[in-house]
Design a protein around this ligand. Sequence first.
Ligand code: PEP
Ligand code: MN
Length: 332
Amino acid sequence: MLVIMKNDATEEQVQRVIAEIKNMGYRGVPMPGAIRTAICILGNKGAVEESRLLPLDGVKELMSVTKPYKLVSRETHPQDTIITIENVKIGGSNKPVIMAGPCAIENEKQALTTAEIVKQYGATVFRGGAFKPRTSPYSFQGMGIDGLKILKKVHDETGLLTITEATDHVNLDDVEKYADIIQIGARNMQNYSLLKRAGEAKKPILLKRGFAATIDELLMSAEYIMAGGNHRVILCERGIRTFSDNVRNTLDISAILSIKEVSHLPVVVDPSHAAGRRDYVIPLSRAAIAVGADGLLIEVHHDPVHALSDGMQSLFPEQFAKLMEEIKYIYK
Ligand code: PEP
Ligand code: MN
């Protein structure tokens, strides 16, 4: 249930409604919008006693939310959410944000060299895993905390924002300290202790869709983070498992449209983990921008042939330059 406040409702009136919702045994979360504030009622199992809220000053109407998720829903927040981190804006009608870098941070030279390359061609966020969720226990697992320190150095030396993955609720503490955006990977989309910890984080979260997750399941996971108090959530389509075995994962390009129809959160696309091969990354990026993705998460390495993880899908610097040039025209 949503309490829709009048356009000229005061902050005191909003707080009075939230206090009454608390008296009723529920939680009221304000969702300020460009025109009006809506207050989302959380925790009610059945109907809410409308007669206790409707007469309060500043209340325009009560509206039921038809979806199982509330805070992520466009019914609750009709305008697109725009997430601002330093001078970068993600979502709404802003230019697509390009997050690029290696799958994993391997050493300082590799990270700084790749960061300078992606910056030169227009990326504003540097990606690089320090805690790597690898299918095989014998594969490179990432540099851990030392990788996070390199990531921080990349930020300080290049001015690029940084994104890296937290793989559990314990290492999220360190990721939050060193990175600008916290990534939750496909394998962890339904790791509820991690989602709850992400809800308490003071940094934005990029939540990837699980290999076999529906859109509703992705949105329910985002709801965990928002219900915990962190409203800065970016969703990411990165390909799903289907019967097609021609590529690593099938990029669900229509997911961008479906998510945007029902949710106000920004959606970015990771074509690298969908394709699994670098020659498909540029065409899939063009497609993602054409359907309205708010950004791309791309694997780029200064020397992909010698990459310690996901080298086959990592772009060479000149391919990244080409990608940036091509999506510019599509975006326009
Ligand atoms: C990654 O971005 O490095 C990664 C492991 O992605 P995913 O969780 O989508 O597999
Ligand atoms: Mn990877």
